[in-house]
Design a protein around this ligand. Structure first.
Ligand code: PXG
Length: 464
């Protein structure tokens, strides 16, 4: 066979892709008929496809390319590290400089006494680490009955057996016999979808207090931890009411429950601080990290744990680890990514420049006839599509029908904006300029207008 390169015609690449490549979270039969869009290169916030079309990526890849595409420094560091030490393990009383330096850097950046890092290849396996870690921690402390982990419906914590069990996605639980035992769920603080006529702050408190009720049901002596994303990402960029996190923190403190903040999406500048735990005043015992840690240039994730947890775990051999824990190339790339973020003051750029401007423009989308709410924190945002703004009604059509139309219009207008059901979401790179933001909003508005016209024409503008 000929060598497969960017120079093959798009149709040929699509046919080969359909023949051999199984895509994640995809009905591969449907995709084979449509043909996958072939992305060939990227620079800054712009992707180029195999037909030479340029697309603004308002999802930063998959919520990860925080510093933007095409940074030569990261390529240089990866090549240098591969030449010097492409791989060595850290299992058997050995270590290496990228692991040491990255762990130290993360201890400096992370809030409070989160000073110890257990590395993984991404977010799913880091959350698998967390399941075993918190259960082992309590056993080590002489409280082996503290095993249950409480999570939330519509949470996303990964796709492995353990992390998908921690997640609250019913569609995922339906495949492969999930969840594993010992995971319990409370409702999400999603006022727009589930709050009815309640006051949002009251609703936030009520949803937080479900945690206290669940702990009481299960018995405090049986609960190990509570895990949550500070802002739900894959669930639809669900920003909790301000009342929510302080109450959750109070409950975890009062009942000796470890608090795991899954910062895989919200970490590394996304909300205008290094971590969303700082944005929301959360004091986690463990933070899950991945994605923006390396800006997606190399796979790496981990769990940053408190002094207390590390001290307790130091007295046992934790029989856990991955071949690629602290992979030297990924660790070196992550360090360089963090160096660039600091040198170019990207977190400050988000806080002082990009996020305030994006907020002003994004919130104005709420005036669109198809939009029920427009919410944003830092550089992650959502709009809810609705046939009836006054009542926040859902569409009568299957969930996601209208969202998919909108996502298609965005694709046609060279903007990557995702849909989660009938919510549209963005999480662009942190480097966005005001001009980029103007372009993003212009394309989003055009796509919403076109969606509105299509939805009307198809008779889909009907409330459930
Ligand atoms: N925790 C959170 C909060 C995540 O968002 C993971 C853990 C798992 O990380 P890895 O690196 O194992 O994928 C994630 C991942 C989507 C989507 O459709 C989101 C993620 C992954 C795939 C798709 O928005 N987030």
């Amino acid at each position: 066979m000929n060598k497969i390169t960017n120079h093959l015609p798009t149709k040929e690449l699509q046919a080969l892709d359909a023949a051999h490549h199984m895509h994640p979270f995809t009905a591969n039969g449907d995709l084979a008929e449509r043909g996958a869009r072939v992305i060939t290169r990227a620079s800054g916030v712009t992707l180029t496809d195999s037909d030479g079309i340029k697309i603004m990526d308002a999802m930063a890849g998959l919520w990860c390319v925080n510093i933007g595409y095409g940074r030569e420094e990261l390529a240089e560091v990866a090549a240098r590290q591969m030449r010097e030490l492409p791989y060595y393990n850290t299992f058997f009383m050995t270590t290496h400089v990228p692991a040491i330096a990255l762990a130290k850097k993360l201890a400096d950046l992370a809030p409070g006494d989160l000073n110890h890092v257990f590395f993984s290849g991404g977010g799913s396996d880091a959350n698998d680490t967390n399941i075993r870690l918190v259960r082992t921690y309590w056993a080590q402390k002489g409280k082996p009955s503290k095993q249950v982990i409480i999570s939330r419906h519509n949470a996303y914590h990964g796709s492995s057996v353990g992390s998908a069990s921690l997640g609250g996605m019913t569609g995922m639980h339906a495949q492969g016999g999930l969840p594993i035992p010992g995971i319990e769920y409370i409702d999400q603080p999603h006022w727009y979808a589930e709050g009815g006529d309640s006051d949002p702050e009251e609703f936030g408190l009520e949803r937080a207090r479900q945690l206290e009720a669940k702990i009481a049901d299960l018995g405090e002596e049986n609960v190990a931890a509570f895990i949550a994303e500070p802002v739900q990402g894959a669930g639809g960029v669900v920003i909790p009411p301000a009342s929510y996190w302080p109450e959750i923190q109070r409950i975890c403190d009062a009942h000796e429950i470890l608090l795991i903040a899954d910062e895989v999406i919200t970490g590394f500048g996304r909300t205008g601080n290094w971590f969303a735990s700082q944005t929301y005043g959360i004091r986690p015992d463990i933070m899950t990290i991945a994605k923006g840690l390396s800006s997606g240039y190399a796979p790496i994730g981990g769990s940053i744990v408190s002094d207390e947890i590390a001290a307790v775990m130091a007295d046992c051999e934790f029989a856990h680890g991955y071949t690629y824990s602290a992979h030297p190339v990924s660790a070196a790339v992550a360090l360089e990514n963090l160096r660039i973020m600091e040198e170019e003051k990207l977190v400050e750029h988000v806080r002082d420049v990009a996020a305030p401007y994006l907020k002003e423009k994004w919130e104005a989308l709420a005036d669109h006839p198809l939009v029920g709410e427009a919410k944003i924190v830092g550089m992650m945002a959502s709009v809810a599509l609705t046939p009836d703004k006054a009542t926040r009604a859902a569409f009568a059509s299957d969930p996601g029908t209208v969202g998919f139309i909108c996502r298609d219009r965005c694709f046609a207008n060279n903007l990557i904006m995702r849909h989660v059901g009938d919510r549209m979401i963005i999480a662009p790179s942190l480097i966005l300029t005001r001009d980029d933001i103007d372009t993003l909003i212009e394309r989003a508005t055009k796509s919403l207008d076109e969606t509105y016209a299509q939805v009307k024409a198809k008779g889909l503008l009907v409330a459930k």
